[in-house]
Write a protein that binds this ligand. Structure first.
Ligand code: FE2
Length: 256
């Protein structure tokens, strides 16, 4: 989940930052011109996020590049600022936690210069009580990114190796504790299957979701991981099950 290579934007921002420093130190006579050039430095994260999502929707970038870009953006965003921007306090107060599974609420961004009123992605928060889960599932023709806003999760990801009607072949890729500020993502290209289990009294994620990629209808495949059949190496063949059966098995751990 860590991507070290800087984006073109970050590289340019660093470069422009150096230009500004040099200009100030050297007593540049036209600081306003430099100031205009440096504008991307203070660009809001929501604008950058919408650009990555537009690029993905139009097929300008591969899905894995979108994942790297959004995860990197989420990792450097000021969490307190993000919580205020999405009015997390109000959203949290409106959540009705089910006994099984998760509560969810749509997010509305406030007006922001440079950000279209209708962004190209779906944005939601998810909240859950201890022991509840975003049940294990894979995806087709969609990509999503997830920033932990508070609390703690056990987070597992798997690569999708093959999908048949009633089963998916997968391979484990990530098994970690996710806390506030942890970013993760899925797509058809990387880490397709995910599974969050809340380990604190309350736990929350901010989700950015892109559906129907490449003009194909999206689908979700709930997986019965307890009934996985081990294959060669670390691959697993897992039954695809209906959402009600999956919620019953994985929506709430036995001790809660
Ligand atoms: Fe998902």
């Amino acid at each position: 989940m860590d991507f070290v290579k800087p984006t073109r934007r970050e590289f340019c921002a660093t470069l422009l930052g150096s230009v500004l420093t040099y200009s100030l130190l050297s007593g540049c006579s036209k600081p306003q011109a430099v100031s205009t050039a440096v504008e991307p430095l203070v660009r809001h994260w929501a604008i950058e996020l919408n650009e990555y999502c537009s690029d993905l929707k139009l097929g300008r970038i591969p899905q894995y590049v979108w994942q790297e870009s959004v995860e990197r953006l989420f990792s450097r965003v000021d969490l307190e600022e993000l919580l205020k921007f999405i009015d997390f306090e109000t959203l949290e107060n409106g959540l009705k936690y089910p006994d099984l599974g998760v509560a969810t609420e749509s997010v509305t961004f406030p007006p922001l210069e440079g950000l279209p009123k209708d962004v190209v992605f779906i944005k939601k928060i998810f909240g859950m009580r201890k022991g509840r889960a975003i049940i294990p599932h894979g995806h087709s023709n969609m990509a999503s990114a997830h920033l932990v806003l508070g609390g703690q999760f056990k987070l597992r990801h798997y690569e999708k190796l093959a999908l048949e009607k009633r089963q998916m072949t997968i391979r484990p890729t990530i098994d970690m504790t996710a806390a506030a500020g942890t970013a993760s993502s899925i797509s058809d290209e990387a880490n397709n299957v995910h599974w969050f289990v809340a380990e604190s009294d309350r736990a929350f994620t901010f989700d950015v979701i892109m559906l129907d990629l490449a003009g194909k209808r999206y689908d979700i495949h709930n997986l019965d991981l307890d009934r996985a059949e081990p294959l060669e190496g670390d691959a697993l063949r897992v039954p695809v099950i209906g959402v009600n059966a999956a919620l019953k098995r994985y929506g709430k751990s036995a001790m809660h």
